[in-house]
Design a protein around this ligand. Structure first.
Ligand code: SF4
Length: 108
């Protein structure tokens, strides 16, 4: 018997995530315009590094502290979406990063 394939929704989601990971240039603009950066206490971290860590969290569930804090402090302003010139939805990536963190905590 064939192994059960992934549900269509999960496949579509994985494809959407993959496209965004590929499209992101890690320019950091989404971080620069984000109103959550200041309250999260991560303004001293380079924007490029913060988003770079988000991509890591999405891929592996592991990543730097500043990126974890950013992902957890999202207040859904949507400013990042307007700032991105590459059609990426950073707010969606942050929710995928939170999912990555949650999954890696379950595995531990
Ligand atoms: S999501 Fe968009 S704005 Fe943010 S770093 Fe990637 S390319 Fe730049």
């Amino acid at each position: 018997m064939q192994p059960m394939s992934e549900a269509p929704f999960e496949t579509a989601l994985a494809e959407r995530v993959e496209k965004m990971l590929d499209a992101c240039t890690q320019c950091g603009k989404c971080v620069e315009v984000c109103p959550s950066v200041e309250p999260a206490g991560i303004s001293d971290t380079k924007s490029e590094d913060v988003i770079g860590g988000i991509l890591e969290l999405v891929r592996t569930g592991n990543g730097p502290e500043a990126s974890r804090k950013w992902a957890q402090s999202c207040m859904q302003s949507g400013e990042c979406i307007k700032a991105c010139d590459y059609g990426v939805n950073p707010r969606f990536l942050l929710s995928m990063a939170r999912l990555g963190i949650a999954k890696s905590e379950v595995r531990q």
